[in-house]
Design a protein around this ligand. Structure first.
Ligand SMILES: [Zn+2]
Length: 664
């Protein structure tokens, strides 16, 4: 986007065009006072998911973050109270709406439909059309399917834009599908890939030792060369036009060079030459649902990991194409196309870092790092491309990087993590500081752009800590008489609780921090009477769960268990968990518990590279607030930011926002 020629040229633009250049260092002294100019003020928020207060101070002291250090030295730092539970979608929904989880309705990454007990993503819901016209193997919907954002409440940028304040929300979290607004928004955290999931990769290999099949978040496909060509099939979205909903797909070939470590990928008329160790640019693919009638345009990237002895070709999760979005990813809808014209194609899924591929051993630490830097650099390119238009108003830019990479690389900085080794620390211990430094660069650019006035907030939704030990909540419930199995000998992680005997189950864990009772009249085979009996069961579970000790260290595993109806101002609906489990430092819900498995051990080591986390007790996981604005409190909370910012523009704060104005 080019700047509006009718607008007066700002001082910054003037300096730029005359070649004078104002360095961030020169811009800083008066900026540190955080004043707002007369007329429409300017306020910028850097949403740094997972920026940890301790690491911020450490890296600033070590010289990695000179721009943030100036704000720290000027007294602009406070710990920012996070939400219960401190999960990213829950916490960012609070930032966006100024409401607590009871108000915005997001309590966990995963929730369930109480009628079917099927786990589902908590932030967006798709409702299929009710009636179809059937024709052979196809069915044609009579009426549109409904895609709905589950986050309730106003969005801070929409309140401002409606009041006439130009507003941007780039990589806006918990905002898919984008809530209607005249503000310029691009979806971020919780925006799905083309499958409607948080990202499913495909890995094609000729390696006979690689077990083919579906992983949670990816699939491994065994292929073979016929002469020098391997024939592959890339899975696409489910085809709702087919009666059986079978997935669509696109065939492609991989031709191996006779001598050199390189291949040619041929897909739908595109020929992509790749050397070993090389990523492709984004490649457009079209999934045909009904020939000539319904196509889903999408994009993906190829990474040639290895050619010999075995082919290893990684294909990124297939994304919605921002240049031709099959599902809305921005407001206005054309905005994502404008961004493509500025910076080229980009990932539209909210969490584009390849965490599942690293956990599955499909990508190495070094490969994950390279790709993660690409994601961060692309986001920065998008944000910087919009700065020329931001002369006044509200500018929000969100980063997933610190969160995603801290999850995967905490084992490089925590000497007590089961996966820590000095060699690993030596090789990859610089990754997190590199990312913090890169975000600090952007902060410097933003401040430089803002010139001498305006307010900046660098805010994170929670801190980070180590995830050393995992707790099988459902196994504990089973072995303590709160749950039953149909086949008692099979405790494996059967998806969707298919082995659970609901007629003997009083409570079940689902999601990372949520615990539900099996309530009569709410769940299909509910056996717990609501009212006093349910209340007594909740109290009993709280007492017993907080008494659980780690058999190895004797440490308390669960610090607190909270009742949502007592913790939030108001709760409603049947998707509210009955209890929220707050784990102790270094403990978290196990991978199996999240999806309803019942392994034998209750507490065990976490040996997944996903080694850092924050889904514990919010009391020790407050995030970062770093600002040049004059703070009048030492205890700001995430829910205070929306009303404070709205107030800075002299716009009426919506009555539903209960947070306080934190500025003097
Ligand atoms: Zn987060």
């Amino acid at each position: 986007m080019k700047s509006d020629p009718s607008r007066p040229v700002s001082r910054r633009q003037f300096c730029k065009t005359t070649g004078l250049g104002v360095g961030a260092t020169l811009a800083f002294p008066s900026f540190l006072k955080g004043g707002l100019s007369k007329g429409t003020p300017k306020v910028a928020v850097v949403g740094a998911d997972g920026m940890d207060p301790t690491l911020l101070h450490q890296y600033a002291a070590q010289g990695f973050m000179p721009n943030c250090k100036k704000l720290l030295d000027a007294g602009g730092f406070r710990k920012l109270k996070t939400t219960l539970p401190p999960q990213s979608p829950v916490a960012w929904a609070t930032f966006v709406s100024g409401l607590d989880p009871g108000g915005h309705g997001i309590y966990d990454f995963i929730t369930r439909d109480p009628a079917t007990l099927t786990p589902e993503l908590s932030t967006a819901r798709t409702e299929a059309p009710k009636r179809f016209m059937k024709y052979g193997e196809y069915q044609f919907p009579l009426g549109a399917s409904k895609l709905e954002l589950c986050r309730q409440g106003p969005a801070v940028w929409d309140v401002l834009q409606t009041a006439g304040v130009p507003s941007w929300a780039l990589r806006a979290p918990v905002n898919y599908p984008p809530s209607p607004t005249n503000a310029k928004t691009l979806c971020g955290l919780t925006a799905p890939d083309i499958h409607g999931s948080y990202g499913v990769f495909t890995f094609f290999t000729t390696d006979p030792t690689r077990e083919p099949g579906d992983l949670n978040g990816g699939s491994i496909q065994r292929v073979r060369f016929i002469k020098s060509v391997a024939y592959c099939t890339l899975p696409g979205p489910e085809n709702s036009f087919r009666k059986d909903n079978a997935s669509s797909s696109v065939d492609f070939t991989v031709e191996r060079d006779a001598d050199a470590p390189m291949v040619r990928v041929s897909i739908q008329g595109h020929d992509v030459l790749l050397k070993q160790g090389e990523w492709s640019n984004f490649v457009q693919v079209n999934f045909t649902l009904v020939k000539h009638l319904a196509e889903v345009p999408a994009i993906c990237r190829f990474y040639l990991k290895q050619v010999r002895p075995y082919l290893e070709l990684y294909v990124s999760p297939v994304n919605i194409d921002p240049a031709d979005p099959a599902f809305p990813v921005s407001t206005p809808k054309s905005y994502s196309k404008d961004l493509v014209r500025e910076v080229g194609r980009f990932y539209t899924q909210g969490m584009a870092e390849e965490t599942t591929a690293l956990s599955a051993g499909v990508l190495t630490d070094a490969e994950f790092r390279d790709h993660a830097l690409y994601v961060l650099n692309t986001d920065i390119k998008i944000f910087e491309s919009q700065l020329n238009d931001f002369q006044d108003g509200f500018f929000y830019s969100y980063f997933s990087s610190l969160d995603m990479n801290s999850h995967m690389f905490w084992r490089t900085i925590d000497t007590k993590h089961p996966l820590y080794t000095p060699e690993l620390a030596k090789e990859h211990g610089d990754h997190l500081p590199t990312l913090y430094r890169r975000i600090d660069d952007y902060v410097g650019k933003l401040i430089e752009h803002m010139g001498h006035d305006g307010q900046i907030y660098i805010a994170s939704d929670h801190a980070f800590t180590s995830f050393r030990r995992q707790f099988n909540l459902n196994s504990w419930l089973l072995d303590n008489g709160y749950s039953g199995l149909k086949n008692r000998l099979d405790r494996s992680a059967a998806p969707n609780f298919v082995n659970t005997d609901w007629t003997r189950t009083k409570a079940y864990g689902l999601g990372i921090n949520s615990l539900y009772l099996n309530i009569d009249g709410r769940e299909p085979d509910g056996i717990v009477e609501s009212g006093d009996k349910a209340e007594r069961l909740r109290d009993e579970l709280i007492a017993k769960l907080t008494a659980v000790r780690d058999p190895v260290s004797g440490e308390q595993v669960i610090r607190r268990v909270m009742k949502p109806d007592k913790s939030f101002r108001h709760v409603s609906g049947d998707r509210v968990p009955d209890l929220i489990v707050c784990y102790n430092d270094n403990y978290r819900a196990s991978w199996d518990t999240i999806l309803g498995g019942y392994p034998d051990d209750h507490v065990l080591d976490n040996k997944d590279p996903w080694s850092g986390d924050h889904c514990m007790d919010p009391d020790f996981l407050s995030g970062v607030l770093l600002t040049n604005a004059p703070l009048k409190t030492d205890t700001p909370a995430l829910e205070d930011l929306a009303p404070t910012i709205i107030n800075s523009f002299q716009v009426k704060v919506p009555d539903v926002m209960k947070g306080k104005n934190i500025l003097a």
